[in-house]
Design a protein around this ligand. Sequence first.
Ligand code: ADP
Length: 459
Amino acid sequence: MKKIITLLIIISLALVVSACSPQTSSKDEADVLIIGGGGAGLVAAIEAAKTGKKVILVEKMPALGGNTIISATGITASDTIYHQESGISFTKEDHFNRTMSTSKDLANGELVRILVDESASAVSWLKELGVTLKVRSEAEPFWLVPVEGHYGAQLVAAFVAEANKYSNLEIRTNTKATKLVVDNGTVIGAEVQNNEKTYTIKSKSVVLATGGLNNNPEMIAYYNEKYANIHTQMTTPGATGDGITMALEVNAELVDMEFFQVRPLSSNGNWYHERIISTEDISGILINREGVRFTNETAAPRTVASEILKQSDSLAYIIFDQRVLDTHADAKKAFTIGRGEKADTIAELAQLIGVDGATLDATVNAYNEGKDSFNRTVLGKILEGPFYAVKTLPSNHYTMGGLKVNELAQVINKSGQVIPGLYAAGEVMGGLYGDGRVAGNNTLDDIVFGKIAGYNAAQ
Ligand code: ADP
């Protein structure tokens, strides 16, 4: 009898305890929720986890890495250990000035100053994580490139290995954030979806690290109609602007959204330098599906891109001769990666790409005679066979604009106030690039602002 009474007491105590438990299961609660598992999200998660707080990172794709993993070349940084070692100088001032002038002075100088000031320690941290770099050359002293191997792949592998050291950091892949949860003006978590269910992750703060819009042509066209019908050859699938959409719902302010780094010559995951079509004498032309030229190929890359996008099927063919192939490494790359066509005559080449032979012949002859109705002053010649044709699909390489943030990576609303509980880092964040980005600053900003966002979100 005594035993039965004790059992009844235990059961009723258990019922009382469970009735007092919160609705959200404690496994879906964190101090910091990070949305996006590319470079910025992983760095933010590591930094937040270092403070000992509980961190959950959600990534909508099956794998981590985002567009960071396809970063091909390296990182830009100044006054680093590698500059000291090599004796090749790229100072903080050089870095600051180059970043500001490339942005056409539209970047936020205070944020750029932070980026520059923290770049050397970001690079030293990478070394601690096992990513060893070197200065690329005296001609390009800003670039730090891997001693060997693919840059983006090494970077992401190093971040993931570091993140895995923290038992207070949980990573949930195949988990997409769909909506920020707000209580009384403060962001307190997000609704997320996996293959089975929709649920809420509650958190004291949220870091948006969802990347850019590169895989969302409609959204790109919404912010800049010149890029309507842009292709998506240079992006991983997750870059669909979700962070912008979710933040707009909580009244976030955006900056510089009209600026994108588009590449006119691009296909199959790569872009090819415009010198293939812009070098004096040794360069080719662009033709449309009808076999005719339609633009000054030497115009600014973005202009060339938007002119191509106006043609049938929003594409063009790069036509060049053997001299161009022998001269420009990017011509070879375009032919190989872009799976180009090759023929001994222009008429045969035309046939291979489904263009009228007589029309293409006339186009090439007119060009070789210096006839040009697009104000191209630097003319090439297409003379020596074999001749080559490569299809090009202009694509977005980088989203310059994004969420307005302050120096603590807090997201600012349309009235200029901080949105409590909301932070942003990486490509989703605006303010660093204005109308132009120094190559390699992007993975630097993932690290610098990823750390700032992760640290502050954990306070
Ligand atoms: P960054 O360089 O700013 O880190 P990346 O493109 O490398 O940008 O990474 C952004 C990551 O965010 C990608 O892995 C992408 O799949 C992920 N992501 C985008 N939207 C969501 C979302 N709604 N929920 C979860 N993850 C997302």
